[in-house]
Design a protein around this ligand. Structure first.
Ligand SMILES: Cc1cc2nc3c(=O)[nH]c(=O)nc-3n(C[C@H](O)[C@H](O)[C@H](O)COP(=O)(O)OP(=O)(O)OC[C@H]3O[C@@H](n4cnc5c(N)ncnc54)[C@H](O)[C@@H]3O)c2cc1C
Length: 390
Protein backbone atom coordinates (compact mmCIF):
# COMPACT_ATOMS: atom_id res chain seq x y z
CA UNK A 1 0.00 0.00 0.00
CA UNK A 2 1.43 3.40 -0.99
CA UNK A 3 1.93 5.84 1.89
CA UNK A 4 2.10 9.62 1.41
CA UNK A 5 3.35 12.13 3.97
CA UNK A 6 2.30 15.61 2.83
CA UNK A 7 2.74 18.55 5.21
CA UNK A 8 -0.92 19.43 4.86
CA UNK A 9 -3.95 17.53 3.59
CA UNK A 10 -6.90 19.81 2.80
CA UNK A 11 -10.48 18.63 2.32
CA UNK A 12 -12.86 20.91 0.41
CA UNK A 13 -13.50 22.20 -3.06
CA UNK A 14 -14.77 25.77 -2.72
CA UNK A 15 -12.89 29.03 -2.49
CA UNK A 16 -11.66 28.37 1.08
CA UNK A 17 -9.91 25.11 0.25
CA UNK A 18 -8.61 26.25 -3.13
CA UNK A 19 -7.17 29.55 -1.88
CA UNK A 20 -5.64 27.86 1.18
CA UNK A 21 -4.04 25.18 -1.00
CA UNK A 22 -2.58 27.81 -3.33
CA UNK A 23 -1.32 29.99 -0.48
CA UNK A 24 0.25 27.18 1.52
CA UNK A 25 1.93 25.73 -1.56
CA UNK A 26 3.34 29.17 -2.43
CA UNK A 27 4.73 29.30 1.13
CA UNK A 28 6.58 26.03 0.46
CA UNK A 29 4.25 23.59 2.19
CA UNK A 30 3.68 20.22 0.54
CA UNK A 31 -0.11 20.59 0.49
CA UNK A 32 -2.63 18.39 -1.30
CA UNK A 33 -6.34 19.10 -1.72
CA UNK A 34 -8.97 16.35 -1.81
CA UNK A 35 -12.49 17.27 -2.93
CA UNK A 36 -15.50 14.99 -2.93
CA UNK A 37 -17.29 16.55 -5.90
CA UNK A 38 -16.51 18.76 -8.89
CA UNK A 39 -14.82 21.96 -7.74
CA UNK A 40 -16.63 25.12 -6.74
CA UNK A 41 -19.94 23.59 -5.75
CA UNK A 42 -22.07 24.55 -2.82
CA UNK A 43 -21.76 28.17 -1.65
CA UNK A 44 -18.86 29.36 -3.80
CA UNK A 45 -20.46 29.10 -7.23
CA UNK A 46 -23.76 30.34 -5.77
CA UNK A 47 -22.15 33.52 -4.52
CA UNK A 48 -22.70 36.85 -6.24
CA UNK A 49 -18.95 37.38 -6.47
CA UNK A 50 -18.82 40.74 -4.73
CA UNK A 51 -15.49 41.39 -3.03
CA UNK A 52 -16.92 43.44 -0.18
CA UNK A 53 -14.77 46.33 0.93
CA UNK A 54 -16.56 47.12 4.18
CA UNK A 55 -19.12 49.78 3.36
CA UNK A 56 -21.96 47.25 3.65
CA UNK A 57 -20.96 46.87 7.31
CA UNK A 58 -21.05 50.59 7.91
CA UNK A 59 -24.46 51.40 6.45
CA UNK A 60 -25.99 51.62 9.91
CA UNK A 61 -24.03 54.86 10.23
CA UNK A 62 -21.21 53.53 12.42
CA UNK A 63 -17.83 52.41 11.12
CA UNK A 64 -17.19 49.10 12.87
CA UNK A 65 -13.76 47.44 13.24
CA UNK A 66 -15.00 44.75 10.81
CA UNK A 67 -15.74 47.36 8.19
CA UNK A 68 -12.21 48.72 8.55
CA UNK A 69 -10.72 45.24 8.44
CA UNK A 70 -12.45 44.11 5.27
CA UNK A 71 -11.57 47.14 3.19
CA UNK A 72 -8.12 45.80 2.19
CA UNK A 73 -9.45 42.50 0.86
CA UNK A 74 -10.22 43.49 -2.78
CA UNK A 75 -6.63 44.71 -3.18
CA UNK A 76 -5.26 41.33 -2.06
CA UNK A 77 -7.35 39.61 -4.73
CA UNK A 78 -6.40 42.12 -7.44
CA UNK A 79 -2.69 41.78 -6.65
CA UNK A 80 -2.94 38.02 -7.17
CA UNK A 81 -4.71 38.53 -10.51
CA UNK A 82 -1.91 40.89 -11.54
CA UNK A 83 0.80 38.39 -10.65
CA UNK A 84 2.00 40.39 -7.65
CA UNK A 85 0.17 38.64 -4.83
CA UNK A 86 0.52 35.70 -2.52
CA UNK A 87 -0.99 33.19 -4.97
CA UNK A 88 -1.12 32.84 -8.73
CA UNK A 89 -4.50 34.06 -9.96
CA UNK A 90 -3.27 35.29 -13.34
CA UNK A 91 -6.00 34.88 -15.94
CA UNK A 92 -8.92 35.38 -13.53
CA UNK A 93 -10.88 38.54 -14.06
CA UNK A 94 -13.46 40.79 -12.51
CA UNK A 95 -16.85 41.26 -14.15
CA UNK A 96 -16.71 44.84 -12.88
CA UNK A 97 -14.16 46.97 -11.03
CA UNK A 98 -16.64 48.79 -8.79
CA UNK A 99 -20.08 47.74 -7.55
CA UNK A 100 -22.71 50.51 -7.36
CA UNK A 101 -24.80 51.64 -4.42
CA UNK A 102 -28.20 53.07 -5.38
CA UNK A 103 -29.48 55.40 -2.69
CA UNK A 104 -33.12 56.52 -3.15
CA UNK A 105 -33.81 60.25 -2.96
CA UNK A 106 -34.53 61.28 0.63
CA UNK A 107 -32.32 58.59 2.14
CA UNK A 108 -29.04 60.36 1.99
CA UNK A 109 -27.49 61.45 5.19
CA UNK A 110 -26.18 58.36 7.01
CA UNK A 111 -24.97 56.15 4.18
CA UNK A 112 -23.73 59.02 2.04
CA UNK A 113 -21.74 60.56 4.86
CA UNK A 114 -20.14 57.24 5.67
CA UNK A 115 -19.49 56.37 2.04
CA UNK A 116 -18.01 59.70 1.11
CA UNK A 117 -15.63 60.00 4.05
CA UNK A 118 -12.98 58.50 1.78
CA UNK A 119 -12.45 55.48 4.01
CA UNK A 120 -14.23 53.13 1.65
CA UNK A 121 -13.15 54.80 -1.59
CA UNK A 122 -16.74 55.46 -2.67
CA UNK A 123 -17.41 58.05 -5.31
CA UNK A 124 -20.71 59.82 -6.06
CA UNK A 125 -21.45 59.65 -9.79
CA UNK A 126 -23.09 62.40 -11.78
CA UNK A 127 -25.85 61.30 -14.15
CA UNK A 128 -23.42 60.92 -17.10
CA UNK A 129 -21.45 58.36 -15.11
CA UNK A 130 -24.47 56.25 -14.12
CA UNK A 131 -24.58 52.65 -15.34
CA UNK A 132 -25.96 52.54 -18.90
CA UNK A 133 -29.77 52.35 -19.14
CA UNK A 134 -30.33 53.34 -15.50
CA UNK A 135 -31.61 56.78 -16.54
CA UNK A 136 -34.44 55.08 -18.51
CA UNK A 137 -35.74 53.20 -15.47
CA UNK A 138 -37.18 56.20 -13.66
CA UNK A 139 -34.67 55.77 -10.81
CA UNK A 140 -34.63 58.84 -8.58
CA UNK A 141 -31.75 59.14 -6.21
CA UNK A 142 -28.01 58.97 -6.03
CA UNK A 143 -25.53 56.49 -7.46
CA UNK A 144 -22.27 55.76 -5.70
CA UNK A 145 -19.48 53.72 -7.16
CA UNK A 146 -17.93 51.54 -4.47
CA UNK A 147 -14.44 50.14 -4.40
CA UNK A 148 -15.92 46.63 -4.49
CA UNK A 149 -15.00 44.60 -7.55
CA UNK A 150 -17.30 41.80 -8.72
CA UNK A 151 -15.56 38.53 -9.52
CA UNK A 152 -16.39 36.16 -12.33
CA UNK A 153 -16.59 33.29 -9.82
CA UNK A 154 -16.79 30.28 -12.19
CA UNK A 155 -13.84 31.65 -14.15
CA UNK A 156 -11.88 32.30 -10.92
CA UNK A 157 -12.42 28.71 -9.75
CA UNK A 158 -11.32 27.46 -13.19
CA UNK A 159 -8.19 29.64 -12.95
CA UNK A 160 -7.28 28.31 -9.49
CA UNK A 161 -7.79 24.80 -10.82
CA UNK A 162 -5.62 25.55 -13.86
CA UNK A 163 -2.67 26.82 -11.79
CA UNK A 164 -2.80 24.24 -8.99
CA UNK A 165 -4.39 21.17 -10.62
CA UNK A 166 -1.37 18.94 -9.91
CA UNK A 167 -2.24 19.21 -6.22
CA UNK A 168 -6.02 18.75 -6.45
CA UNK A 169 -7.65 15.34 -6.55
CA UNK A 170 -11.27 14.16 -6.49
CA UNK A 171 -12.10 11.32 -4.11
CA UNK A 172 -15.17 9.64 -2.69
CA UNK A 173 -15.22 10.80 0.94
CA UNK A 174 -17.30 7.77 1.96
CA UNK A 175 -14.17 5.70 1.24
CA UNK A 176 -12.00 7.66 3.69
CA UNK A 177 -11.15 5.67 6.80
CA UNK A 178 -9.32 6.97 9.83
CA UNK A 179 -6.60 4.59 11.00
CA UNK A 180 -4.97 6.38 13.97
CA UNK A 181 -4.08 10.00 14.72
CA UNK A 182 -4.01 11.77 11.37
CA UNK A 183 -3.43 8.62 9.31
CA UNK A 184 -6.15 8.16 6.74
CA UNK A 185 -6.72 5.36 4.30
CA UNK A 186 -8.46 6.12 1.03
CA UNK A 187 -8.85 3.05 -1.15
CA UNK A 188 -5.42 1.49 -1.41
CA UNK A 189 -3.48 4.60 -0.37
CA UNK A 190 -2.49 5.83 3.07
CA UNK A 191 -2.03 9.51 3.90
CA UNK A 192 -0.08 10.55 6.96
CA UNK A 193 -0.15 14.36 6.90
CA UNK A 194 1.38 16.55 9.61
CA UNK A 195 -1.79 18.62 9.60
CA UNK A 196 -5.31 18.14 8.22
CA UNK A 197 -7.46 21.11 7.24
CA UNK A 198 -11.16 20.70 6.66
CA UNK A 199 -12.24 23.74 4.61
CA UNK A 200 -15.35 22.13 3.20
CA UNK A 201 -18.18 24.43 4.32
CA UNK A 202 -21.03 22.36 5.72
CA UNK A 203 -18.96 19.27 4.80
CA UNK A 204 -16.71 20.06 7.78
CA UNK A 205 -19.31 18.23 9.88
CA UNK A 206 -18.49 15.01 7.99
CA UNK A 207 -14.80 15.68 8.59
CA UNK A 208 -15.47 16.15 12.29
CA UNK A 209 -17.42 12.87 12.40
CA UNK A 210 -14.49 11.08 10.74
CA UNK A 211 -11.99 12.53 13.21
CA UNK A 212 -14.18 12.01 16.30
CA UNK A 213 -14.65 15.76 16.82
CA UNK A 214 -18.38 15.98 16.19
CA UNK A 215 -19.16 17.37 19.64
CA UNK A 216 -16.68 20.27 19.12
CA UNK A 217 -17.67 21.40 15.64
CA UNK A 218 -20.79 23.44 15.11
CA UNK A 219 -22.00 25.33 12.10
CA UNK A 220 -24.64 27.99 11.59
CA UNK A 221 -26.68 27.89 8.42
CA UNK A 222 -28.32 31.09 7.22
CA UNK A 223 -30.89 30.22 4.57
CA UNK A 224 -31.47 32.20 1.41
CA UNK A 225 -33.93 31.90 -1.42
CA UNK A 226 -32.05 33.75 -4.15
CA UNK A 227 -33.89 35.10 -7.20
CA UNK A 228 -33.12 35.18 -10.93
CA UNK A 229 -34.67 37.14 -13.78
CA UNK A 230 -34.12 36.66 -17.50
CA UNK A 231 -33.44 38.24 -19.87
CA UNK A 232 -31.65 40.86 -17.76
CA UNK A 233 -33.17 44.25 -18.67
CA UNK A 234 -29.61 45.68 -18.68
CA UNK A 235 -26.24 44.89 -17.14
CA UNK A 236 -25.99 46.15 -13.57
CA UNK A 237 -24.15 45.29 -10.34
CA UNK A 238 -25.73 47.24 -7.49
CA UNK A 239 -26.92 47.25 -3.92
CA UNK A 240 -30.39 48.88 -3.75
CA UNK A 241 -30.35 50.59 -0.39
CA UNK A 242 -33.58 50.32 1.61
CA UNK A 243 -34.56 51.79 4.93
CA UNK A 244 -32.44 49.46 7.06
CA UNK A 245 -28.69 48.92 7.27
CA UNK A 246 -28.95 46.01 4.82
CA UNK A 247 -29.50 46.44 1.07
CA UNK A 248 -33.12 45.77 0.10
CA UNK A 249 -31.78 43.90 -2.92
CA UNK A 250 -28.37 43.25 -4.44
CA UNK A 251 -28.36 42.65 -8.18
CA UNK A 252 -25.51 41.13 -10.18
CA UNK A 253 -25.58 40.19 -13.85
CA UNK A 254 -24.48 36.80 -15.18
CA UNK A 255 -24.47 35.02 -18.52
CA UNK A 256 -26.52 31.85 -18.94
CA UNK A 257 -25.30 28.87 -20.96
CA UNK A 258 -27.24 30.03 -24.08
CA UNK A 259 -25.64 33.49 -23.88
CA UNK A 260 -28.72 35.25 -22.38
CA UNK A 261 -27.91 37.64 -19.52
CA UNK A 262 -29.76 37.19 -16.24
CA UNK A 263 -30.08 39.17 -13.03
CA UNK A 264 -29.12 37.34 -9.84
CA UNK A 265 -30.87 38.94 -6.86
CA UNK A 266 -29.92 38.65 -3.22
CA UNK A 267 -30.09 41.01 -0.24
CA UNK A 268 -33.05 41.38 2.07
CA UNK A 269 -35.60 40.10 -0.46
CA UNK A 270 -33.78 36.73 -0.46
CA UNK A 271 -33.43 36.40 3.31
CA UNK A 272 -36.17 33.87 3.84
CA UNK A 273 -36.63 30.16 4.35
CA UNK A 274 -35.42 27.99 1.51
CA UNK A 275 -38.81 26.26 1.63
CA UNK A 276 -40.78 29.50 1.23
CA UNK A 277 -43.16 29.68 -1.73
CA UNK A 278 -41.09 31.17 -4.60
CA UNK A 279 -44.04 33.48 -5.38
CA UNK A 280 -43.39 35.30 -2.09
CA UNK A 281 -39.82 35.92 -3.23
CA UNK A 282 -40.98 37.09 -6.65
CA UNK A 283 -43.49 39.51 -5.06
CA UNK A 284 -40.72 40.99 -2.89
CA UNK A 285 -38.45 41.30 -5.95
CA UNK A 286 -41.24 43.03 -7.92
CA UNK A 287 -41.90 45.46 -5.07
CA UNK A 288 -38.21 46.36 -4.79
CA UNK A 289 -37.78 46.75 -8.55
CA UNK A 290 -40.91 48.91 -8.93
CA UNK A 291 -39.69 51.09 -6.04
CA UNK A 292 -36.29 51.70 -7.61
CA UNK A 293 -37.06 51.36 -11.33
CA UNK A 294 -40.73 52.49 -11.72
CA UNK A 295 -40.51 52.78 -15.51
CA UNK A 296 -38.94 49.39 -16.10
CA UNK A 297 -41.15 46.99 -18.05
CA UNK A 298 -40.98 43.65 -16.21
CA UNK A 299 -43.84 42.00 -18.12
CA UNK A 300 -41.74 39.79 -20.41
CA UNK A 301 -39.35 38.51 -17.76
CA UNK A 302 -39.01 34.98 -16.46
CA UNK A 303 -38.04 34.17 -12.89
CA UNK A 304 -36.30 31.34 -11.09
CA UNK A 305 -35.05 30.75 -7.56
CA UNK A 306 -32.15 29.02 -5.84
CA UNK A 307 -32.46 27.75 -2.26
CA UNK A 308 -29.01 27.83 -0.63
CA UNK A 309 -27.44 28.15 2.82
CA UNK A 310 -24.65 30.46 3.89
CA UNK A 311 -22.52 28.43 6.27
CA UNK A 312 -20.55 29.86 9.16
CA UNK A 313 -18.37 27.96 11.59
CA UNK A 314 -17.15 28.46 15.11
CA UNK A 315 -13.74 29.39 16.42
CA UNK A 316 -11.80 27.34 18.97
CA UNK A 317 -13.83 28.99 21.75
CA UNK A 318 -17.08 27.82 20.14
CA UNK A 319 -18.12 31.34 19.04
CA UNK A 320 -19.30 32.45 15.62
CA UNK A 321 -17.01 35.38 14.81
CA UNK A 322 -19.24 37.99 13.22
CA UNK A 323 -18.13 38.63 9.66
CA UNK A 324 -14.66 37.19 10.00
CA UNK A 325 -13.17 33.86 8.99
CA UNK A 326 -13.43 31.21 11.69
CA UNK A 327 -10.82 28.63 12.54
CA UNK A 328 -11.23 25.85 15.05
CA UNK A 329 -8.08 23.80 15.74
CA UNK A 330 -8.15 20.50 17.62
CA UNK A 331 -4.66 19.06 17.92
CA UNK A 332 -3.28 19.09 14.40
CA UNK A 333 -6.72 19.03 12.77
CA UNK A 334 -8.14 22.39 11.70
CA UNK A 335 -11.70 23.25 10.72
CA UNK A 336 -12.01 26.49 8.73
CA UNK A 337 -14.72 28.66 7.20
CA UNK A 338 -14.10 31.97 5.38
CA UNK A 339 -17.59 33.36 6.26
CA UNK A 340 -17.37 35.42 3.05
CA UNK A 341 -15.58 34.67 -0.17
CA UNK A 342 -13.81 38.00 0.06
CA UNK A 343 -12.05 36.73 3.22
CA UNK A 344 -10.38 33.72 1.53
CA UNK A 345 -6.92 35.43 1.51
CA UNK A 346 -7.23 36.34 5.19
CA UNK A 347 -8.35 32.82 6.08
CA UNK A 348 -5.28 31.35 4.38
CA UNK A 349 -2.92 33.75 6.19
CA UNK A 350 -4.49 32.88 9.53
CA UNK A 351 -4.30 29.17 8.77
CA UNK A 352 -0.58 29.52 8.15
CA UNK A 353 -0.15 31.13 11.58
CA UNK A 354 -2.02 28.27 13.25
CA UNK A 355 0.13 25.75 11.37
CA UNK A 356 3.30 27.57 12.44
CA UNK A 357 2.09 27.50 16.06
CA UNK A 358 1.85 23.72 15.72
CA UNK A 359 5.58 23.75 14.93
CA UNK A 360 5.04 22.68 11.32
CA UNK A 361 7.41 24.37 8.88
CA UNK A 362 7.32 24.02 5.09
CA UNK A 363 9.16 20.98 3.78
CA UNK A 364 9.68 22.52 0.35
CA UNK A 365 6.57 21.13 -1.33
CA UNK A 366 8.47 19.21 -4.03
CA UNK A 367 6.43 16.01 -3.88
CA UNK A 368 3.88 15.64 -6.67
CA UNK A 369 1.06 13.23 -5.95
CA UNK A 370 -0.14 11.32 -9.00
CA UNK A 371 -2.88 9.09 -7.61
CA UNK A 372 -6.65 9.48 -8.11
CA UNK A 373 -8.35 11.55 -10.78
CA UNK A 374 -7.77 15.27 -11.19
CA UNK A 375 -10.84 17.23 -10.18
CA UNK A 376 -13.46 18.46 -12.63
CA UNK A 377 -15.29 21.79 -12.46
CA UNK A 378 -18.90 22.17 -11.28
CA UNK A 379 -21.24 24.27 -13.47
CA UNK A 380 -22.64 27.53 -12.05
CA UNK A 381 -26.10 27.07 -10.52
CA UNK A 382 -27.75 29.43 -13.01
CA UNK A 383 -27.17 26.83 -15.77
CA UNK A 384 -29.63 24.53 -14.07
CA UNK A 385 -32.76 26.49 -13.11
CA UNK A 386 -36.47 25.99 -13.69
CA UNK A 387 -37.93 29.20 -15.11
CA UNK A 388 -41.45 30.51 -14.76
CA UNK A 389 -43.29 33.69 -15.79
CA UNK A 390 -42.38 36.61 -13.47
C1 LIG B 1 -26.17 32.99 -2.26
C2 LIG B 1 -24.83 33.38 -1.69
C3 LIG B 1 -24.24 34.56 -2.13
C4 LIG B 1 -22.99 34.94 -1.61
N1 LIG B 1 -22.41 36.07 -2.10
C5 LIG B 1 -21.20 36.42 -1.65
C6 LIG B 1 -20.56 37.57 -2.18
O1 LIG B 1 -21.07 38.24 -3.07
N2 LIG B 1 -19.34 37.90 -1.66
C7 LIG B 1 -18.73 37.17 -0.69
O2 LIG B 1 -17.65 37.55 -0.26
N3 LIG B 1 -19.32 36.06 -0.18
C8 LIG B 1 -20.52 35.67 -0.64
N4 LIG B 1 -21.12 34.54 -0.16
C9 LIG B 1 -20.42 33.73 0.85
C10 LIG B 1 -19.39 32.84 0.14
O3 LIG B 1 -19.93 32.26 -1.01
C11 LIG B 1 -18.92 31.73 1.09
O4 LIG B 1 -18.46 32.28 2.30
C12 LIG B 1 -17.79 30.91 0.49
O5 LIG B 1 -18.03 30.57 -0.85
C13 LIG B 1 -17.58 29.65 1.31
O6 LIG B 1 -16.60 28.88 0.68
P1 LIG B 1 -16.20 27.45 1.23
O7 LIG B 1 -15.12 26.96 0.33
O8 LIG B 1 -15.92 27.52 2.68
O9 LIG B 1 -17.50 26.55 1.14
P2 LIG B 1 -18.34 25.98 -0.09
O10 LIG B 1 -18.32 26.90 -1.25
O11 LIG B 1 -19.66 25.61 0.48
O12 LIG B 1 -17.56 24.71 -0.56
C14 LIG B 1 -17.52 23.52 0.17
C15 LIG B 1 -16.77 22.54 -0.72
O13 LIG B 1 -16.33 21.45 0.06
C16 LIG B 1 -16.56 20.27 -0.66
N5 LIG B 1 -16.75 19.21 0.35
C17 LIG B 1 -17.79 19.03 1.17
N6 LIG B 1 -17.60 17.97 1.97
C18 LIG B 1 -16.39 17.47 1.64
C19 LIG B 1 -15.62 16.38 2.09
N7 LIG B 1 -16.06 15.60 3.08
N8 LIG B 1 -14.42 16.14 1.53
C20 LIG B 1 -13.96 16.94 0.55
N9 LIG B 1 -14.64 18.00 0.07
C21 LIG B 1 -15.84 18.26 0.61
C22 LIG B 1 -17.82 20.54 -1.49
O14 LIG B 1 -17.89 19.69 -2.61
C23 LIG B 1 -17.60 21.99 -1.87
O15 LIG B 1 -16.83 22.09 -3.05
C24 LIG B 1 -22.35 34.13 -0.65
C25 LIG B 1 -22.94 32.95 -0.22
C26 LIG B 1 -24.17 32.56 -0.75
C27 LIG B 1 -24.78 31.28 -0.31
Amino acid sequence: MAEHNPDILIFGGGVAALWSLAYLREQGYDALLLCNEPLGGWQTLSSQGILHAGLKYALSGAISPIAMHIRNMPELWLNCMNGKGAINLKGAHMRLQGQNLLVPAGLMAGPMNIALQGIFGAQKLDAQGWPAALDKTGFKGHVLRLKEPVLDVPQTIATLHHHYKDFIRQIDFSHVQRLADNRLQIGSEIFNPRCIIFAAGAGNLNGAALMGHESHIKIRRRPLLMGFLKPAPFEIYAHLLGYTDKPLATITTHVLQDGTMCWYIGGQVAERSKEDNPNNLYSAMKKALYQFFPQLDLSALQAACLPVDRVEGTDTGGNHPPDEPSINAIGSVIYAWPTKMTFAPLLAQRLEKVIQQMGISPSGGGHVYTGYATATLAPPPWNNLTWTKF
